[in-house]
Write a protein that binds this ligand. Structure first.
Ligand code: AQP
Length: 329
């Protein structure tokens, strides 16, 4: 059985982009893969955070993932398993500055004032490589934004193998969904939907009530033209494309099917159908999340049990990597 690893940052409540880009695929993969799903709380420290928010968001994300159908035995938080940090340090020393300098996510997140950002933000991709390779995972379901980081992880694995003269770390294959791999902001079709966007109107989160979903879709940015009947008509209309893609992905149909149904109509009727569909699919997840959040002890128990399982698999792999680099025990 192939091993899968994937993570999500507890930087906020997971949104529709996280759901379509990652979580939904996790639920499918766990049926026939050996899966590890991780709340990557160490990555969360790479950007400004508060301890209280981190604790609340880790519990909130745990509840959302369970409510979305993730098997509780496969879920844990990164900082509880020391293999991540230990292999992360080794990879900091294997990875090259030239490689990290090319990472577009660092450039996007750091913006113009790079000197003021944490060193952690810069070496984030090395820790991400360690997250995956500490389990010898070969398949990683992620959204399109993580493609470059996975290429770097393969470069690190190859260099480690080459430098140590071994064939120890496997090649990683990204599993990027064919549709809706990059869900865009509801306020700006050129930006990806993100937990850290200051506008709450820019994203649908998995705890939104039916009213909040309907209101965010009603207010979503669009353009004045009617919907086209063919994909070519979406050229230069990123907001329209985004909403139609969301509809197609959530209903397991194609963009052409959605255009065939709604082409020629104005945004009013399409938005109302989109909101109804999203309420039907997402409101039960939000309800279940709220129920789960009432029992914090249960959520902590899930994370502890998941961490034990994660330790039992990653410990021998990382101990062997430590032996290979020459650490004495
Ligand atoms: N907009 C998106 N569309 C599709 N997939 C997405 N993912 C994130 N945003 C989108 C995928 O969700 C998984 C978990 O992402 P993450 O929490 O590790 O961090 P991120 O990619 O940095 O996501 P955010 O929401 O934008 O978080 P912040 O604002 O904290 O940086 C990944 O598989 C990712 O590809």
């Amino acid at each position: 059985m192939q091993r899968v690893f994937s993570g999500i940052q507890p930087t906020g409540i997971p949104h529709l982009g996280n759901y379509l880009g990652a979580i939904r695929n996790w639920v499918t993969l766990q049926k026939d893969h050996d899966c590890f799903f991780c709340l990557v709380d160490m990555h969360t420290l790479t950007m400004p955070w508060t301890p209280r928010a981190l604790r609340e968001q880790t519990l909130g994300s745990t509840a959302c993932l369970l409510a979305s159908g993730i098997d509780p035995t496969r879920l844990y938080n990164q900082s509880a398993v020391s293999a991540h940090a230990r292999l992360g340090w080794i990879f900091d020393c294997v990875s090259r500055l030239g490689w990290l300098n090319r990472m577009t996510q660092f450039k996007d997140k750091a913006g113009k004032h790079r000197e003021n950002h944490s060193a952690g933000l810069y070496v984030y991709p090395n820790l991400m490589a360690a997250d995956i390779l500490a389990f010898h995972a070969t398949r990683v379901p992620v959204g399109d934004d993580q493609r470059q980081h996975l290429e770097l992880a393969n470069d690190i694995a190859q260099k480690f193998n080459h430098d140590m003269g071994v064939d120890f770390f496997p090649h990683i294959d990204p599993l990027i969904p064919p549709h809706a791999a990059r869900v865009m902001s509801l306020r700006d079709g050129s930006k990806k939907m993100s937990k850290s966007d200051p506008s709450a109107q820019s994203r649908l989160v998995l705890t939104d009530t039916a009213d909040e979903i309907a209101q965010k879709i009603r207010r979503a940015k669009t353009d004045p033209d009617a919907l086209p009947s063919e994909e070519a008509g979406l050229e230069g209309r990123p907001e329209a494309r985004n909403l139609l893609t969301i509809y197609a992905a959530m209903t397991d149909t194609t963009l052409s099917d959605v255009l065939a149904s709604f082409g020629g109509q104005g945004f009013g009727s399409f938005k109302s159908a989109l909101a109804d569909m999203l309420v039907e699919k997402l409101a039960p997840v939000a309800h279940e999340t709220r129920q789960l959040l009432k029992n914090e002890d249960h959520l902590l128990h899930v994370l502890r049990t998941g961490a034990e399982r994660a330790r039992s698999v990653s410990e021998p792999i990382v101990s062997e990597a430590e032996r290979l680099v020459g650490f004495l025990r």
